[in-house]
Design a protein around this ligand. Structure first.
Ligand code: SAM
Length: 314
């Protein structure tokens, strides 16, 4: 099923239930995307509610902003940039969040646009930046990384057992000409698989593309920074923190490494008395949702509720 907004928000019902804000409450959507979750949460906050939208992608941010501004009675602010900086934006607005959502990764509009370079299905420039205003592209990374660093990244981030052979094939191909397009990279990766490419259930380039996207956008670094900022905010006295007592944070991840970081952080926060996990096991998409939106297949939602009494470390 497609969406008139270009992206179907995953696990929308669970997000709406578990992160339903109090009436007139403040929501921080760290990955506003096409605004599906943001609209649902802003409507639930209702008149007097406030929402801060954050996204690395200026186009998505403008789109979700227009969508949420159409809701009467909601105050809207935006921050273009990484959610690693959302704490500063909240503090400078003088806002404290009751609900925080991070729906990690990319939106369908980004994946489906050949000019963004996320997909090997359509040929396009090898870019992969979520924020088109800054940073190195995937082509830049492929031009400068050593063979062993590429192999490690494709193995660790892409979990591809052929990582060493793929890195060798990339280095051999770039010695003749720099990579410029997604198809050039897909061909080099398929060459490393050889005849095994035909046996593989997924396209041989799937994991290499995922590893590159994670590196280009420093996705794990941003998530680590966010989790640390949340821990600090939850240990800061009310009035000085950008989180309200009792705030809930929901993270939807699509990669096992991301989910592991979130799971460990939530367990640690619970042991430190900062609050409790509302999801012991991650919430996953139902069969009905998967039929309507196969991209939800690896989505995992975890939700944490911070305590109403803040424990300030001495
Ligand atoms: C899965 S989409 C979010 C979809 C959104 N929840 C909706 O309902 O339309 C992820 C969005 O997060 C953005 N993004 C990814 N990493 C980010 C980061 N570190 N900081 C800010 N935005 C990020 C992407 O540009 C993309 O627009």
């Amino acid at each position: 099923m497609s969406s008139p907004f270009g992206h179907l928000p995953v696990l929308l019902e669970s997000v709406s239930n578990l992160l339903c804000p109090p009436a007139g409450g403040t929501v921080l959507d760290l990955t506003a995307g096409r605004g599906g979750h943001a609209e649902a949460l802003a409507r639930a906050a209702g008149t007097g509610g406030r929402i801060l939208l954050c996204d690395l992608d200026a186009g998505n941010l403008a789109f979700s902003e227009a969508r949420v501004r159409a809701i009467p009675g909601i105050e809207v602010r935006t921050i273009h940039g990484s959610f690693a900086n959302a704490d500063r934006a909240m503090l400078s607005a003088g806002w404290a969040a009751d609900r925080v959502l991070a729906d990690l990764g990319f939106a369908s509009t980004q994946m489906d646009d050949p000019a963004r370079g996320f997909s090997f299905q359509n040929d396009g420039a090898l870019d992969m930046r979520l924020d088109l205003s800054r940073g190195e592209t995937a082509a830049d990374l492929l031009a400068r990384m050593s063979e062993s660093a590429l192999a490690d990244a494709i193995f660790q981030l892409g979990e591809d057992p052929f990582a060493r052979r793929i890195a060798r094939s990339i280095v051999e191909r770039r010695s003749r000409a720099p990579f410029r397009t997604t198809h050039e990279l897909a061909i080099a990766v398929s060459a490393a698989y050889g005849p095994k490419a035909r046996d593989s259930r997924m396209h041989p380039a799937t994991r290499t593309f995922m590893a590159l996207r994670i590196m280009v956008n420093d996705e794990l670094g941003a998530l680590r920074g966010l989790l640390e900022a949340l821990r600090v905010a939850a240990s800061t006295i009310p009035g000085k923190s950008w989180l309200n007592p009792g705030a809930r944070i929901g993270v939807i991840s699509f990669h096992s490494l991301e989910d592991r970081l979130v799971k460990h952080a939530f367990v640690e926060w619970e042991s430190a008395g900062l609050g409790r996990r509302l999801t012991r096991k991650p919430v996953e998409a139902s069969d009905a949702e998967l039929r309507a939106n196969p991209r939800a297949r690896s989505a995992k939602l975890r939700v944490f509720e911070f305590a109403t009494e803040i424990i300030v470390p001495r």
